[in-house]
Design a protein around this ligand. Structure first.
Ligand SMILES: [Fe+2]
Length: 400
């Protein structure tokens, strides 16, 4: 049974105060981003210079078959580093993937983990790196900052621009038993260094480009409108939002434009830097349930939910949404600037050819979707707590 709102409010404020006390003044660990064409080579040099002789590469089957993963890490072999592979990651990685990858890590005596791929490979790689030192089961790490404090060093070469996982200390892992999506976080999960190389993203299919791009935008928006003022979240979220509005239409029109691909890679990275400070929000809380139950791709689900939940928030998000106007060419002094911002976000998703409704959503699933979304949202510093009615209202709007 759902907790009464007064109790949720009290627990929510307590958790926010505790988070501010525990991590509010902490800087994140040293982290480097190599940026631009050829930056994968610089990252490989850094890994080799750090003394690693055996490295586990974590990727997915299609990237391996295309030869993209092998060519990205070829500079490591050229420097005499032995490569070990786990290429079994699938979309929405599971604890089974984590265990399989950990076996490959241990059997190869690898001392570092290098993710090549999208968010699924990056998240799996972080968990596999934690398994190197762990004496507990990964299911027990679910929750805020519950991951072990030690991990093998993690390096990342993203091949999509959206997840931001290359800049965060979190991962989302699916539990095959109940299909739930579980957030695991801890400072050891922050990658040591990343390469944002547009050459690896040229020709990425339009649907993946659009969906991951709108995921990045969701990160920027949720980090900006949340109620926790911390670090550089306003500045980095702004750079993400401005970048997505500038480069996503361009990259969809010109998939082989390296400048536009780099613009999106940097925007997505800044979205990751922003959420690494204040986390995502309740758009993700609802979208994760749609991913779990209907296997909607993460960015597609976020894009579907975002404009509706922003409208549901009403006055509590209005001032911050208004501030976002100039990042997308909207005069903040105009009447109803916040509404225009939401309209612009919605239009960007539509113009990117992403679906706005989902046939699979069924009324019989509402109780499960609502209870899980509300429970997850209680862990975020969104503009306000979600009510069950808020979630139902969003679901009504995106049901076909
Ligand atoms: Fe996301």
């Amino acid at each position: 049974m759902a907790k009464p709102m007064f109790l949720r409010q009290a627990l929510w404020h307590f958790r926010i105060s505790l988070a501010k006390l525990l991590v509010g003044s902490k800087a994140t660990s040293p982290h480097f981003a190599f940026i631009g064409a050829g930056s994968t080579g610089h990252l490989c040099s850094r890994i080799a210079e750090s003394g690693h002789r055996d490295v586990l590469v974590v990727t997915d089957g299609p990237l391996r078959e295309l030869g993209l993963a092998d060519s990205a890490v070829a500079p490591l072999s050229a420097k005499g580093v032995r490569l070990h592979w786990y290429d079994g990651v699938k979309p929405d990685p599971t604890f089974t993937h984590v265990r399989e990858g950990a076996e490959a890590l241990k059997s190869g005596n690898a001392t570092a983990v290098l993710a090549v791929g999208g968010g699924s490979s990056i998240d799996a790689a972080k968990m596999i790196a934690l398994m190197a030192e762990a004496d507990s089961e990964p299911e027990s790490w679910v929750g805020f900052q519950k991951a072990p404090e030690d991990a093998a060093p993690i390096y990342v070469i993203p091949t999509t621009a959206g997840t931001g996982s290359e800049a965060t200390m979190g991962a989302v892992i699916t539990d095959e038993n109940d299909h739930s999506k579980n957030v695991i976080s801890g400072s050891a999960m922050l990658p040591r260094a990343v390469a944002l190389d547009p050459d690896l993203m040229l020709g990425l299919p339009p649907m993946i480009t659009a969906a991951t791009g709108m995921d990045a935008l969701t990160h920027g928006v949720e980090a900006y409108i949340g109620r926790w003022e911390r670090g550089t979240r306003r500045e980095t979220a702004s750079m993400c939002i401005r970048g997505v509005f500038e480069w996503l239409p361009r990259v969809l029109a010109e998939p082989d434009n390296a400048e536009a691909r780099l613009g999106m890679a940097v925007a997505a990275y800044y979205g990751g830097v922003a959420i690494n400070q204040v986390n995502v929000g309740s758009i993700h809380a609802i979208a994760h349930q749609l991913g779990s139950l209907y296997h909607l791709p993460h960015g597609v689900a976020n894009n579907m939910v975002m404009p509706h939940l922003l409208r549901v928030y009403g006055p509590c998000a209005e001032a911050k949404l208004t501030e976002l106007g100039p990042l997308m060419g909207i005069d903040a002094a105009q009447s109803d600037a916040a509404g225009r911002v939401i309209d612009a976000i919605e239009l960007l998703g539509v113009n990117s050819n992403l679906p706005t409704t989902c046939d699979a959503i069924s009324k019989k699933d509402y109780p499960l979707l609502i209870s899980r979304a509300v429970e997850e949202s209680d862990g975020y510093v969104s503009p306000r707590l979600l009510t069950e009615g808020d979630v139902a209202s969003v679901l009504d709007r995106i049901s076909a």
